[in-house]
Design a protein around this ligand. Structure first.
Ligand code: SAH
Length: 370
């Protein structure tokens, strides 16, 4: 189809590759499409792009304000101490992006509790080559080991882990309700262009009786598998994991796939492989998976409430005292973005995974509170 000005829209290399694949072997499940967009060996978005920051496609909390990573570092160090300060443990970040969060976390934790940093073995789980270069630049001094997936990280010690805006990048499946049946939503071709098509009825392992006819239910088997593995590791060796993302506090229905390019939403089929593609995280499903692994899971707490309880306003107040006026204004604005319910304060949510029977970690008072 031609644009309004008559120009043909650019077809990405991945769109061509997927078009050929679909023409040869039929429509792809949505999770296969999303996995290809983000992680295709040749053309996947995270394989090639430096996505984050003003010059990229989106920004994240640690990039907005350093207090974010600092408070997470202190949370992890506190949990390490609460569990008897194990001499050796695996400090894991899932999807570390440019390494900013972990750099801030290790600096703050190192000042408060140097023994925590001394006992840590740093493991970074990421598929992105350009991001790994950035991570090496910021975290090389901590001698990290890199892995493509959590399963490759040694399971030989307690783990203390953080995942910020990681689970939203994991592929989702979509099913459409048709009477008592669920049809898998797939990605096919409409006159040569990628678009949704409805597949056959399939067996599903969820129950959503409230879903209206024709509505879409999303699940994230890859995310649930990782949450379950984290739960199993925490149950076996001890430790704590924190997951922060945007998403829902109730497992409902609706298509939440969204593409971002240069900080603006675009159609999920417009530029596959050249834009970020994410879906809302289903927090109750992640927590259930972690419990299935044998650990306890707490939350769901809004990011604003969580950071406030960890003392962000106090820390900010201290920083503001010594800041120049312009710097003070920037600091206050950045904190506001993280805390304000109209910005990231409630859309972003926090859950943790801790050993069964552990007392609630800082920031988590009751079970569900946004
Ligand atoms: N946590 C960072 C970056 C978030 S962007 C921050 O808050 O700034 C998502 C990160 O997850 C990127 O580093 C990306 O390369 C990584 N990622 C995406 N999909 C992944 C996958 N399937 N396995 C491992 N890492 C992945």
């Amino acid at each position: 189809m031609a644009d309004r000005d008559g120009a043909q829209p650019r077809v990405s290399a991945l769109a061509r590759k997927l078009g050929a694949r679909i023409a040869a072997s039929g429509p792809l499940p949505v999770d296969a499409y999303m996995a290809a967009c983000l992680a295709d060996e040749e053309f996947g978005y995270y394989r090639r792009t430096n996505a984050i920051g003003a010059a990229g496609d989106f920004t994240t909390a640690p990039e907005i304000a350093q207090v974010f990573g600092e408070l997470i570092g202190l949370w992890l160090a506190d949990q390490w101490q609460a569990q008897g300060s194990p001499q050796r443990f695996n400090l894991i970040e899932l999807g570390p992006g440019r390494g900013v969060l972990m750099q801030d976390a290790l600096r703050a934790a190192g000042q408060a509790l140097p023994a925590f940093v001394a006992a840590a073995r740093l493991h970074l789980v990421d598929i992105s080559v350009p991001m790994r270069d950035e991570q090496r630049r910021r975290l090389g001094a901590y001698a990290p080991a890199w892995h493509a997936e959590l399963a490759d990280v040694p399971n030989d010690a307690p783990l203390f882990a953080i995942a910020n805006e990681f689970f939203d990048a994991l592929p989702v499946r979509q099913h459409v309700r048709r009477g008592a049946a669920w049809h898998e939503r797939r990605v096919g071709l409409h006159e040569g262009r990628l678009g949704f098509v409805e597949g056959d009825a399939v067996e599903v392992d969820f129950e959503r009786p409230q879903t209206p006819e024709g509505a879409v239910v999303e699940t994230c088997p890859a995310g649930e598998a990782i949450a379950q593995a984290l739960g199993a590791r925490v149950a076996e060796h001890g430790g704590a994991a924190l997951a922060i993302d945007y998403g829902t506090a109730v497992s409902g229905w609706g298509d939440t796939l969204q593409a971002l390019r240069k900080h603006k939403p675009i159609d999920v089929f417009d530029q596959p492989g050249e834009c970020d593609l994410t879906a809302h995280v289903d927090f109750p499903a992640l927590m259930a998976a972690a419990r299935k692994g044998g650990a306890a899971s707490r939350g769901i707490v809004g990011q604003g409430a969580f950071l406030t309880r960890l003392g962000l306003p106090v820390r900010l107040g201290r920083l503001l005292k010594s800041a120049a006026p312009r710097q003070a204004r920037d600091l206050a604005q950045a904190s506001q973005r993280l805390l304000d319910p109209r910005e990231m304060g409630t859309l972003f949510k926090v859950v943790c995974i801790v050993p069964a029977g552990a007392s609630p970690p800082p920031g988590f008072a009751a079970e569900l509170e946004i």
